[in-house]
Design a protein around this ligand. Structure first.
Ligand code: F3S
Length: 64
């Protein structure tokens, strides 16, 4: 699984970083970025939670 952040949509609420810091980090510009392009399977539930939690639907997942 690969996580994606649409930075055109992100409003910097940081919920993704709080929920899954292994994969998401807030950048210096205040927007989220993906820091692990091939995250371990253990993080998949948290990544899925981020997809649901993001208030603007900026996070999506795709097959690697
Ligand atoms: Fe941005 Fe959504 Fe994360 S608004 S900071 S991608 S939860």
């Amino acid at each position: 699984m690969k996580a994606n952040v649409d930075r055109d949509l992100c409003i910097g609420c940081a919920l993704c970083e709080q929920t899954c810091p292994e994969v998401f980090r807030m950048g210096d510009d205040g927007l989220a970025m993906v820091i692990d392009e091939d995250p371990p399977v253990e993080t998949y539930p948290d990544i899925e939670a981020c997809v649901e939690l993001c208030p603007v639907g900026a996070i999506s997942v795709s097959a690697v």
